[in-house]
Design a protein around this ligand. Sequence first.
Ligand code: GLY
Ligand code: MN
Ligand code: MN
Length: 343
Amino acid sequence: MEPKTLLEPLGLDALYITRSENVRYLSGFPHPEDAQVLVMGEASFLLTDPRYPEAERESRIPAKVLKREEKEAFLRELRGRVGFEAEHLPYASLERLRELAPAEWVPTKGVIERLRLKKTPEEVERIRKAQALAEEALAHALTLLKPGVLEREVALEIEFFLKRRGVGVAFPPIVASGTRGALPHAGASGKALEAGELVTLDLGAEVEGYHSDMTRTVALGKVEGELKRAFEATLAALERVLDVLGPGKSTKELDALAREELRRFDLDRYFVHSLGHGVGLAVHEGPGLSPYTEETLEAGMVVTVEPGVYLPGRGGVRIEELVLITDTGMELLSRFPRAWQEV
Ligand code: GLY
Ligand code: MN
Ligand code: MN
């Protein structure tokens, strides 16, 4: 996007970008945590430091590799209304900027995040590749599930698998078995898997800054009763949403639809988190699919749909799909079988 097109509607002369995902989005620079972007009337610049002499080559926009005093001299020249990312600039950094430049520093929220909502075909390709590799990692992980194996060993195997293929992990994989399955973000512990338990595996890969996110819950040996029923309810809620997913749908209504389906099983009160979220340069980004969001899905958005049922002290289920919203409906980016499986 032309800098002017971005700045004019906001009434800004410049915009100082410090959120790393936004820096990467605007520049492509692969070390965005050590860089900022300054959007100015005619051009945008990447600002980084001498640890990254390759920045000029790795950035799509002109890069300035500056020592601290050089960077401060550059920022000192700013005048007029300069926006900053209120949610991603430490207070002390703002104070320093104010000392440096006699500009009007204007807080902004979500400016670049709004641009990131709809993905380009190139962005989707990276997410697709991340998802494909995560599915290979999951297939590998399922072969390791045996009584006595520790959750964290399974998680480590997932990390090895992805890193060996030259990609990153989107987040520390979740491997939650037995009663730990009732903790939605349990991580992976030193607990050993036991026969007759459900095991929830939630994992993603990272390819050139873009992430994937998917969850499967499988049974280790024979599992029946309330946990199997929780699985059936979760699957029904997921499929109810997938059946209608597409452009023009309200995020809040989709979330409500999943809860309505779980209510038929009298399990809706055990679904304690949002239905889903956007995925891209961040694992969790807009649009949110939740009771608290009033957004409308559009073609190009990539979102998760991840209902779950968490029965405290007993166990839990989550099934999470990764989906691209298209002009006519949706495309499942996650292809891994989701039906009940006893391994
Ligand atoms: N892995 C975190 C999530 O599913 O949102
Ligand atoms: Mn997940
Ligand atoms: Mn998710």
